[in-house]
Design a protein around this ligand. Structure first.
Ligand SMILES: [Zn+2]
Length: 73
């Protein structure tokens, strides 16, 4: 579990878009997505809405499967 290096406001957890096998890291506060790299503060940033659109999904949390619970949840 990683504290978000971009917004410094929330946790980054492994996640998966509904119906997809690819996993990625997602910040629960700023909705930044990291695919194929560890979370860092270096642009370019991908946000959940843009990522989900690759699969024809809306960038809604209901379309996302969180694979690890954040602390306290
Ligand atoms: Zn963040």
């Amino acid at each position: 579990m990683i504290w978000c290096p971009r917004c410094d406001q929330g946790w980054v957890t492994p996640a998966r878009a509904r119906g997809q096998s690819e996993t990625f890291r997602l910040c629960h506060e700023c909705d930044t997505v990291w695919v194929d790299r560890e979370p860092d503060a270096n642009p370019p940033f991908l946000i959940l809405e843009e990522y989900a659109a690759r699969f024809g999904l809306d960038g809604l949390w209901s379309n996302i499967e969180v694979l690890e619970r954040k602390p306290g949840a």
